[in-house]
Design a protein around this ligand. Structure first.
Ligand SMILES: *Cc1c(COP(=O)(O)O)cnc(C)c1O
Length: 374
């Protein structure tokens, strides 16, 4: 049996007719950038995320960059974030000229550890970017109270967590900004690159819309230096259709996770692997990834043997960001972020996509059992 890590072909087949019709409509209109389709999607995403406003942008990476730009964060400023995330979180901080300051993660949730934030705050700190990793929110009460005390901006990196909830509150509705990606492998993916920023602040929303179009207030009159961060009408049209299905896909991912837990419990694998932890406050986990921890230095071997057996798996992320060559000048050393470093050696993502089958999950767990228990 083949078990791919990801396969959205079935999902597309179910929506193909509707999507192709919408794409054809956009082509007929010859209106490809911003416009009605983008405005419609912005309203829908704001509503879905329980935020007041939303601004469609080119990608999740640009969602982070434009949020920092609107806050005028740049050279000489520090931004606190996690070393255990996709590169773009930290790349965005550097792209605006600011300095990323890493805070190690919680060993259970893999998200930034709020207890370690305050010791990293200096007079230069301007913002915190918590990342809701793999579909589970950070401890936003703790983070927001630190931010409030020190007057810091909070930019939620919710690129992996659209629809996830912290005590009933949706990702992207709790900070000053919420950043989303519609890269095809995210839970809500478009047919290329796309992103969105949510906010509850009308002034910030207005600035986001100005900055994404080269800082133009009215045509050819520039009050700010923005950039081209405009979302395509074609992507917006596809996303509006897919958004209607998002809750059912998230429910399927949760059910798949629950099934994995039963299958692992019934196997001989025991504590050779640790299953994803769900925090008490995580009233909704959307399982962008189902990442297990593999003990005793066996992760790499397990990963390559699974792939040999045609079982897909992924390593997010194999090298903690503070140890990346491009961030050498920041001066971090091995041992500085022990939790993140340990996770990068033990983490392994298993197939969890909504259309994956019970037979496939049984095959994944059987194969792991065979490899780890002989
Ligand atoms: C995917 C992702 C991004 C970047 O999104 P793009 O749309 O690929 O630019 C940023 N942060 C996190 C945590 C992500 O998973």
């Amino acid at each position: 049996m083949q078990v791919p890590l990801l396969d959205f072909k079935k999902q597309y087949q179910g929506l193909k007719e509707e999507i192709l019709k919408e794409i054809s409509d956009v082509c007929d209109s010859q209106h490809f950038v911003l416009g009605d389709k983008v405005q419609k999607l912005e309203k829908e995403i704001a509503e879905y995320c329980n935020a007041e406003f939303a601004c469609g942008v080119t990608s999740g990476s640009d969602a982070l960059i434009i949020s920092l730009m609107v806050e005028d964060i740049g050279a000489g400023d520090e931004v606190i974030t996690t070393p255990f995330t996709f590169f773009a979180t930290v790349g965005a901080i550097c792209r605006v000229g600011a300095t990323p300051v890493f805070v190690d993660v919680d060993p259970d949730t893999f998200n930034i550890d709020p207890a370690k934030i305050e010791e990293k705050i200096t007079s230069k700190t301007k913002a915190i970017i918590p990342v809701h990793l793999f579909g589970q929110c950070c401890d936003m009460d703790a983070i927001n109270s630190i931010a409030k005390k020190h007057e810091l901006i909070v930019i939620e990196d919710a690129c992996q967590s659209i629809g996830a909830e912290f005590n009933g509150k949706r990702a992207g509705s709790m900070g000053d900004y919420g950043c989303f990606s519609f890269y095809p492998t995210k839970n809500l993916g478009c047919f290329g690159d796309g992103g969105m920023v949510t906010t509850n602040d009308e002034k910030k929303a207005e600035l986001l819309h100005i900055f994404r179009n080269h800082g133009q207030g009215s045509t050819y009159i520039h009050k700010h230096i923005g950039g081209n961060f405009r979302l395509d009408a074609l992507q917006a049209a596809v996303l509006s259709i897919k958004l209607r299905e998002l809750d059912s896909w998230s429910t399927a991912r949760e059910a798949n996770a629950a099934e994995y837990r039963k299958l692992f419990a019934a196997s001989k694998i025991g504590d050779k692997v640790k299953l994803p932890f769900v925090a008490n406050y995580a009233s909704k986990h959307i399982y962008n990834q189902f990442s297990i921890l593999v003990a005793d230095g066996k992760r790499d071997e397990l990963c390559s043997k699974l792939r040999e057996a045609n079982v897909g798996c992924g390593i997010y992320y194999p090298l903690s960001l503070h140890l990346q060559e491009c961030f050498k000048s920041l001066g971090y050393q091995e041992g500085d972020m022990p939790v993140s470093e340990k996770l990068s050696k033990e983490i392994l993502a298993l197939p969890i996509f909504p259309e994956s089958t019970s037979e496939q999950r049984q095959c994944v767990v059987d194969t792991i059992e065979k490899i780890l228990c002989g």
